[in-house]
Design a protein around this ligand. Sequence first.
Ligand code: BG6
Length: 608
Amino acid sequence: MCGIFAITSNRRNNIGETLVECAEKLTYRGYDTVGCATVYKNKIHLRKDKGKFDIVATKLRLSEMRGSKGIAQLRWATFGAPSKLNAQPHLDCDEDLCAAHNGNILNFLPLREQYTHEGHTVRSMNDGEICVHAIERYYDQLGDMVEAIQKGCNDLKGDYAFAVMHRDDDKVYAVKMGSSLFAGIGKGETCVSSDLPSILPITREILNIHDGELVILSPTTIEIRRISDGQLVERKPYTSDADIRVAQKGGYPHFMLKEIHEQVSSTRTLFSAIREPYISQFVGSLINANRVFFVACGSSYHAAVVGSYYFNELANVAVIPVIGGQFISHYGDAVRKGDVVVCVSQSGETKDVIDVVHHCRNRDVKILSIINVLGSTLTHLSDLYLPLGSGFEISVPATKTYTSQVTLFNYLAALSGQKREVLESTRAEEIITDLKTHLPALIEETISTNTIKARALAPYLSKYSHFYVLGYGITHGVALEGALKIKEVCYIVADGMYSSEFKHGPLSIVEEGYPIVFTIAPKDSEHLVNHLAEVECRGARIIITGEDHPLLRRYVKDDDFFLIPESNQYLSPILQAIPLQLMAYHLATYKNIDPDYPRNISKTLTVR
Ligand code: BG6
């Protein structure tokens, strides 16, 4: 995924400062390369290079760029290595146009050959450059930017959003075709961006842009037109109440630690974000479905795995959790009318999930979603969605949104069990009361109990380039998530797996002192004793997250026992991830890795 931000103003002529202030908030969308282009005295000025935003902005003095309009781009590399040449924005042949995109242009190689054959100077191996040449090709013929963009988009295949500007006018043009794009209306200036946090320093007056739309920005107006026929689209702006401070660290050294602590409040705001009648409609669709699939990627997939256990245990509903990129090949021909697919996506932009929606649309399958970012592509594509209400999650590794997803699944499963009369109403109410009232304090206690232990364990874990995180039953998804956190921010191959499987092969890795992390649900403590014994007798160093239990204490030193407070058994899987998040965070910082922006990855992947 990448991030684009573009602005045109009649009240600023040092637009570089604004580009830096706003685009910096998109760092989590890509930090392989950065570039800014401005128009000053009818000439395009372009500065770009490899590296993270703050470093490149300082090195190239981006904030000093003059002009009243500009485009910034932050890149997560797909086509073309992270280099200055492949950095965006890109110029057309004669340096009259400049454009930057997010997404991927699937037919970029054949178009590159065609345009080069037609005499274009295509300088890079980055698919984004093709956008500016596609527009230039028609602009040179037609002399009209709107028509040129309409025709240029017809040539481009793939999912993308781009911004483009000409050096001779005060306009910026932008297109949404499968990747996220929002517009903002300020005083004497208008802007577009891949994400809201970068618009809020300019304005809270937001315009949602839908796929297939072209946005024409002038300093005082925004026009939306359908790309297919140029038809004007009337749409009212809304005032965003998003809290921009969420996009600041608030005194924490990293967003990741801040967002771990924010789990106390975000599990609370979840219940004010979801509303009736949508909750009942969501539950109704689930319990009346022929089959239910939870489709997601990364941390959201792990939340879906935990959710599938909740639905089995509380509602006796069999749910199939599926990795986004796997769904079409695994279930694409079998899925049909009457099935329900629940897409779980923090960003609402993950391409591997969006592709499933398009596939299921053609098979008349109902699409429900659980989403954090409102206005995202998935919010437009779903029949019904429930918002997480977690606020901006800036750190690339998901923490608070994962925990809110698991909490929501617990809640929906209890409601479903109650509705299906397989869960005693009083028991369902107990579970729901625990979620809405006791969970925040239990999260706070879990964080405070385990922070020092997590920091103390880091030196030992840092000696290993690989180890295992084992879960059983409802904590299987927790083990997968804990392992992913460690992979993402510590560059260690932490393998999350089902603990009963460990003896069927992986056990061979164990030698004296080898670390094995177990995440154990209260009701499984006795069952796990033999899994603990198998590795302990071979010299492993056992680390446990779970509620206190005398049987477990026989296998683990106090410093390695990451205790979670006693609670009803269904809150435990929510709490279990927190010590693992803290372990990953403190191990990363011990290894001098920035946990917010780990190398090579990005917050949302809008490419398949
Ligand atoms: C990955 C992120 O790119 O996408 C993960 O690094 C995230 O943190 C995964 O869990 C899925 O993203 P989303 O937005 O669909 O939940």
